[in-house]
Design a protein around this ligand. Sequence first.
Ligand code: NDP
Length: 333
Amino acid sequence: MESQTFRALVAEESAPGQFTRHLRSRRTDELPEGALLVRVQFSSLNYKDALSAMGRPGVTKRYPHTPGIDAAGEVVSCADGAFNPGDQVIVTGYDLGMNTPGGFGQFIRVPSSWGVKLPKGLTAKQSMILGTAGLTAGLSLHRLLASGMTPRRGEMVVTGATGGVGSIAVELLSRAGFEVVAVTGKQSETGFLRHLGAKEVVGRTEILEGAQRPLMTERWGGAVDVVGGEILSAVIRSTRYGGVVTCCGLAGSAELPLNVYPFILRGITLAGIDSAQCPAKLREEVWQKLAGPWKPHEILESASSCTLESLEEKFPAILDGKLRGRTVVQLPG
Ligand code: NDP
């Protein structure tokens, strides 16, 4: 294919340590090598995208750079035949949007192994309302079920509940029959969380009551944590005997102040969740579930949408924990 010019949001280090973002013209022949060329129709906003766009350490090493860890669109060409031109694909994770130009541009070129065929039951837009957050929430539910967690074990707690991963986890767990308790810093969003299926909504400080003790009163059957830090520590220490706690994020802190008592006295399992390098088979299985039996209808209805231009105001907001639910990004054209 002849090189095409396209629009992309480009984050640049305009002065040492100072990052700015602009809409720029890019050419497809500037994209890295890779078998799969995709015309991106939708992307989404994730916490990691804001870290990359704002130049926060730990995500993107080289600027100028186009963030966007999620992309869905149409295959333009696929050199190794894994996809046909015109196929609808989802690309999330791996290095997309980290150091590989990502979904905030109209084209991406990536290894074909990064692509998942859009499952029947989801439109490209719906797949990006879910995006990496949906895959991560789905992987968390998958892990809980695979570890033997059933609704009979009692209440499941979800932290960071109004955020992307948290809000989807609330709906997925509730649809799977669990009694969900949502932990949030935004009590004003109680109605939203109840609408997603939360049985009870508790504040971040409430969850820390009694947290000075090494083991807290047993309450939760299990948990989905996106926050880390003191809150994850308290959740682990108040999970009932044999419970499973998934851990995928650090929205609060990357630290985990904890001792071994919950593991050696209560048999708690701490299960790490990674969506970026998740093996293709599991990735496809979870996408199929998200498109079918697990489809989170309320999340799909409640998402906001924005354009490349309006992303600018969203980056600091997501880093400050001020956004609610998911934001899908509509690419031009
Ligand atoms: P969001 O920003 O959408 O949600 C995070 C939520 O966490 C916020 O909405 C807020 O919810 C809560 N929160 C924010 N700051 C704090 C704080 N200081 N203390 C306690 N709670 C806080 O992010 P995502 O849902 O997209 O991602 C959540 C985390 O998961 C991030 O760390 C992200 O990097 C990680 N992640 C990991 C993945 C993996 O594969 N392992 C994949 C996707 C995300 P509330 O106000 O309701 O409490």
